[in-house]
Write a protein that binds this ligand. Structure first.
Ligand SMILES: Cc1cc2nc3c(=O)[nH]c(=O)nc-3n(C[C@H](O)[C@H](O)[C@H](O)COP(=O)(O)OP(=O)(O)OC[C@H]3O[C@@H](n4cnc5c(N)ncnc54)[C@H](O)[C@@H]3O)c2cc1C
Length: 393
């Protein structure tokens, strides 16, 4: 893969969620000394999906490349630059996945995939599962899988660490600055924004649900990104449920999940409803469905909720994120399709943006010897959606 000459380059990153700031931070650290400007359409950073997540770090989750990025992110989560953080980024919680007899196939798959990423991920007895999460109705369950190292992420602190890093390197972060059109003449981009024109050598598209919209404004063919709405809401936590009990979910992670959160419990129907890019709002029907499912599977007896929200998890057609220069237009860099794992993969995803943009290949932090998992670069770069002929998707 050819690399760009990024020496002293001016780079504009579009989007101030976790994808944009992690990419801006990693790009700014490169020895070629690029100048970074992150622009965010909203008046505050992380207003959209980044501010609406369940804040979990789970190794047994997502596609193969996602798992490799999660592994490669561990280093930053455990040893972030001390000058950029004021406390830990992770707090161990554990994730418990339970299965009914009719979900045996999914259990076997999750167990095999889990063992491949981390030998600590193992089957436990139903009795042990109920010890960990007392409200479970044991009589309907046949299997349970536990990932003890799964952790809560301090999303605000993680996001802020990248923001601090960008500012410390002399970069700029501009809110209330929406990219309206992008044109390229004489080897430079002109980005027309709601706050005036910007010039750049390279543009990074980290616009989340608006990733394809931004690409089209730059004359780049869209990837076919699909924003899928996911609902979350809070209910009161009974004293019988420990505050640090594991996140507990149906084995497919697609039926419901619950996570104690202080005096409350975060609940979700794990819904995936296609949506236009927008300021997502929860639907009553999704909340009602989640309450039914959770009350059937547990003794929580939910009757009312305290608050609710929704966010858009945006997926590429193969559900793996898309990172790297657009084939044929290497000054346009994709960093989109983070789906349901954009927080836990952010340190490595940002680094990969910088590596592929400025060096043309992944750096040593992605070596399987260091992470424990091979990263298939071809499965993450945009070229996989641009091939023509018999091998096309
Ligand atoms: C309920 C829920 C639970 C989740 N749980 C987890 C979890 O436990 N762990 C995990 O890792 N992930 C989780 N996720 C997924 C995670 O939140 C996302 O993958 C991640 O936040 C995506 O970040 P992003 O920066 O790509 O998108 P966003 O945070 O949406 O940022 C994109 C930004 O681009 C801006 N933008 C768009 N167009 C323009 C423009 N033209 N000009 C300037 N700016 C523009 C937008 O305003 C937006 O702020 C969850 C998501 C949801 C909804």
């Amino acid at each position: 893969m050819a690399s760009n000459d990024g020496h002293g380059a001016e780079i504009v990153v579009i989007g101030g969620g976790i994808a944009g700031v992690s990419a801006g931070y990693a790009l700014g650290r490169h020895t070629s000394g690029p100048t970074i400007t992150v622009i965010e359409a909203e008046g505050q950073l992380a207003h959209h999906t980044t501010g609406r997540s369940a804040a979990l770090f789970i190794e047994n989750y997502g596609t193969g490349p996602t798992r490799a990025l999660t592994k490669a992110s561990r280093l930053y989560f455990h040893h972030p630059p001390p000058e950029l953080v004021d406390g830990p980024l992770l707090e161990t919680r554990g994730v418990l996945s339970v299965a009914r007899p009719d979900q045996e196939r999914y259990f076997q798959q999750a167990l095999a995939e889990g063992r491949a990423v981390n030998p600590d991920i193992a089957e436990i007895t139903i009795e042990d599962a109920v010890d960990l999460f007392p409200p479970l109705r044991a009589d309907r369950l046949s299997r349970a899988l536990y990932e003890p190292g799964a952790s809560d992420i301090d999303v605000g602190r993680l996001h802020q660490s990248f923001v601090r890093g960008i500012v410390a390197m002399g970069g700029t972060i501009s809110t209330s600055t929406r990219a309206r059109s992008l044109s390229r003449t004489g080897g430079r981009w002109t980005i027309t924004t709601s706050a005036g024109d910007l010039r750049a050598d390279l543009v990074v598209d980290a616009a989340g649900a608006w990733g394809d919209d931004v690409a089209q404004r730059a004359g780049i063919e869209p990837l076919g990104l699909t924003p899928l709405r996911r609902t979350a809401f809070m209910v009161a936590r009974p004293e019988s449920l420990p505050a640090r009990a594991p996140l507990t979910a149906e084995i497919e992670h697609e039926d419901w999940y619950v996570k104690p959160d202080g005096a409350q419990i975060l609940c979700s129907p794990a819904d995936e409803t296609p949506s236009e890019p927008c300021d997502a709002r929860p639907e009553e029907i999704d909340i009602a469905r989640a309450i039914d499912l959770i009350n059937e599977a547990t003794t929580l007896g939910i009757t009312s909720i305290r608050s609710s929200w929704a966010g858009l998890r945006t997926f590429s057609p193969d559900r793996t994120m898309v990172i790297g220069p657009e084939p044929g237009e290497p000054a346009f860099i994709w960093c989109v399709g983070q789906g349901g794992t954009g927080i836990q993969t952010a340190p490595a995803a940002g680094q990969l943006v910088a590596d592929l943009t400025l060096d043309g290949e992944p750096s040593a932090v992605f070596d399987a010897a260091a992470t424990g998992l091979e990263l298939d670069v071809d499965a993450i770069t945009p070229g996989r959606f641009r091939r023509v002929g018999p091998s096309a998707r």
